[in-house]
Design a binder for this molecule. Sequence first.
Ligand code: SF4
Length: 499
Amino acid sequence: MDFSCFGYHPDLESRLTFQEKWVLVFTRVRLVTQCRQPDSASRAAQKRRIILLSLKLNYTESLVAHQLLVQTLPGDQFRSTRWGESAMTNKMLGRSAQARVATGRRPVVEIPSSSQDQQGVVHADNPGGAGLRTSSRPIAHGLRPHTAVMNFIEGARAITESELQANNITQYHATNFYRDQITNSGYYDQLKYIVEPTIAEFKSPGSLDTSGEHDNTVVPGLQHKYAQTGLLLVTDRCASYCRYCFRKRIVGKDSDEIAPDFARVAQYIAGHPEMTNVLLSGGDPFVLSTAKLGKILDHLLPIPHLESIRFGTKIVAFAPRRFEDPALPALFRRISEAGKTAVIVAHFDHIGEISVDAERNIRALRAQGVQFLNQSVLLAKVNDDPEILAATFAKCHQMGVRPYYLFQGRPVKGASHFQVSLRRGIEIARGINRRLSGIQKTFKYIMSHYTGKIEVLDLGADGRVYMRYHQNKIPEELGKVFSRRHVEGACWLDDLPEG
Ligand code: SF4
């Protein structure tokens, strides 16, 4: 089938699957046929233009495409078109039509990404600048500062592109599946903070790289902080964007921290026999097509000393039907036939995120030999409650997903308002342990610090916080127990005075 009549760029066409192309074509055509052009020739010209612009997806072009829509559609129709666009993304990810139901809540404005789909990404972001309302000033292709109206949980605010960048504000996007899940979970008032922006992000101090990822990067895209583990950044995209993400500097952006050359990555790993496992992360590796993941594995599986391939993913919460891809079993089979273990590290922060679809897919993948772990982040207003976290971990255990890290929130610029004090975190960890049986309490309360992974053990009667190095760059420091004087309100190791 020749898709060129719809304005596809040949490079892009070659990276999309047949189904994805059709979904895009279908959605774009439906979108444009709603435009009120006087004659069919004008409609056809505009159709081509919008298709081209929206597929290129850079910021300025998205805004131009948006302006075209605003000029031709009444506001209500444009808003409904936005949801149509998201439905397209749903289809691309294999979700059903039912998943398109909006939450009933006024949607938060989405900020278009500048994604160019250079890596076979099955895009979960929102093409075409959908959802962005620009100022009434004409757009002059980047010559004037852009102003958008962004809906925060606290209300709408006009904001410029430079303000967004200066404050490290991640683009907004949540899958319709996740919107439905959190609305129907009964925990909307907690879970909304995971994906919906708040004004607090502007006043949230911190750094962009709290655990020294730059310093541990050994070849582009590969970090080697702990001897046995390689951390491979395979994409800067996620299915939805978590407001608390510690990689805000990367996600939803065109980051140069993503591995551009997997042959070079494999060459480094092959020369480091102490590295026994690789964690594919990003971004979320499962936004990549299964074919693209397979190409990455082409480089990793021949390395004899790699014993396991881990995938860190929150798609199991955001779009669990991604795991119904019929090509996935063969991918995991390749890993096991290469003598390695496939491990999926899920990311459920709250029991309300564990959907029926997630459980079904996890059980199916476990039956194929995939091991599952879960990591959670302790988040103010979301899960800073031992009852909630104990229920989350118990549910994980029941599904065969081993809870292994409860991360202390990091002091990330734009996300440090999610931090819970160490005093409260220790109380919560104790409360979780009180509620779980021996075989369920497999988690460690961890601070992922520049110096290493630090297990937070206790706040002693002597007013000191006791900790232990679970991982450390310096092997002699591993397992070392140490303490620091507690300071009220401290949330991070650096808040505790030495000595
Ligand atoms: S899915 Fe993971 S990488 Fe993506 S925004 Fe959420 S926490 Fe960050």
